[in-house]
Design a protein around this ligand. Structure first.
Ligand SMILES: [Zn+2]
Length: 131
């Protein structure tokens, strides 16, 4: 399942990438028409806080203000689970990560991820959510 997150849900979008889900994040100034067209073309579920969006693809209206609760909303709505870290994608560019020793590297932009404190925080947050 692939996602398109609107600009208000950028943080959720970055989390979904880390959870292993192909997610594009919209810039704040794009039109609803652009969002819908992109989602249809790439067969992505639209994640939005904007009730007005109507599309022929699935649209999930995200209610919570908290990014972790938002993540839970998405997981619950589509019966998903965390694929972190084995299938994590780059939080910056959505590229796939490859494990090299104790690091993960984005094959698209080259960003490095260490299994350090940030990694541990992600695991802790997932545990708190029950994943
Ligand atoms: Zn990247």
């Amino acid at each position: 399942m692939k996602f398109l997150a609107d600009a208000m849900l950028a943080r959720l979008g970055r989390w979904l990438r880390m959870m292993g889900y192909d997610t594009i994040i919209m810039k704040p100034d794009v039109s609803d028409e652009f969002v819908v067209r992109k989602a249809v073309e790439e067969d992505r579920v639209i994640l939005t806080r904007d009730k007005r969006i109507r599309a022929s693809v699935k649209v999930l209206l995200v209610k919570s203000d908290d990014h972790l609760k938002q993540l839970k909303e998405v997981f619950d709505a589509f019966h998903l689970k965390s694929l972190f870290p084995e299938h994590s994608r780059c939080s910056v560019c959505n590229g796939e990560l490859r494990k090299i020793g104790d690091k993960w590297v984005c094959i698209k932009c080259g960003k490095l991820y260490w299994e350090g404190s940030h990694w541990i925080r992600i695991k802790k947050s997932l545990k708190e959510l029950g994943y």
